[in-house]
Design a protein around this ligand. Structure first.
Ligand code: ADP
Ligand code: MG
Length: 216
């Protein structure tokens, strides 16, 4: 395989796409959250990524490496978003910096490691396990795919599988009782409703996939 390198521009362009995706899906994500939460998930994501988007040109010029970019994006989400998802996605992106210090580009294998670091941070902060009806139910099935990526595999196919497994994970939340987050208080009444964060999680990774398809 030719060594695919994902540079800072790849991440900047992906964040632009995520910001657009959040705007376009704001009502959909808030609707899911209003069924079993407080109805603000789409608004929270939009607020966070709108601010990220506003600062991207500056971040593109002022960040020394991928690590600094990811840290700053994570910090914006952490500081601008009021809901639970702000700190969780904030930690996700901040921890993606762990293995990228001094790097101007990463291989797809390194990208898989970044994703793993991010998911571990969400678990560390939110303490949710699989089947607690949270974004973890999408993030973990995705991780199970990326963990097994080998250098000879096709990155696009791998990320496609990752996103489709994340979607299935989100589908699985429909039949679950929540053990974390606001929908916990609903008990059995949460059954029949999809968790909003599991939906936004696969949608975010889908934007990484779309941008990957444009890289060559
Ligand atoms: P809030 O719940 O504060 O209103 P949001 O509506 O923005 O915040 O986000 C809700 C989403 O956050 C849920 O759908 C769920 O996926 C996720 N979430 C909540 N608590 C946790 C947790 N402890 N661990 C992982 N994800 C969580
Ligand atoms: Mg909410």
């Amino acid at each position: 395989m030719s060594a695919l390198e994902l540079n800072k521009t790849y991440f900047i362009e992906t964040f632009k796409k995520i910001a657009d995706m959040a705007e376009q899906n704001r009502d959909h994500l808030s609707q899911l959250d209003s069924d079993i939460g407080d109805g603000d998930h789409g608004i929270n994501l939009t607020i966070g990524f709108r601010e990220v988007s506003k600062q991207l040109d500056i971040l593109s010029d002022t960040t020394a490496d991928i690590a600094e970019l990811m840290k700053k994006v994570g910090m914006i989400l952490l500081s601008k978003v009021g809901g639970a998802s702000g700190p969780l996605y904030g930690s996700f992106f901040m921890k993606m910096a762990n293995h990228t210090v001094g790097k101007q580009s990463v291989t797809f294998k390194e990208f898989c490691q970044m994703y793993q670091d991010g998911v571990e941070a969400v678990q560390m902060r939110g303490k949710a396990e699989l089947n607690d009806k949270t974004m973890i139910d999408a993030l973990i099935p995705g991780l199970n795919v990326l963990k097994h990526y080998q250098e000879e595999d096709d990155p696009i196919k791998t990320l496609e599988t990752c996103v489709s497994e994340m979607k299935k994970g989100s589908d699985n939340t429909i039949n679950l009782i929540a053990k974390k987050g606001r929908s916990m208080r609903l008990g059995e009444r949460a059954i029949g409703h999809r968790d909003a964060g599991s939906e936004s999680a696969w949608m975010i990774m889908n934007e990484f996939l779309k941008q990957l398809k444009l890289e060559k």
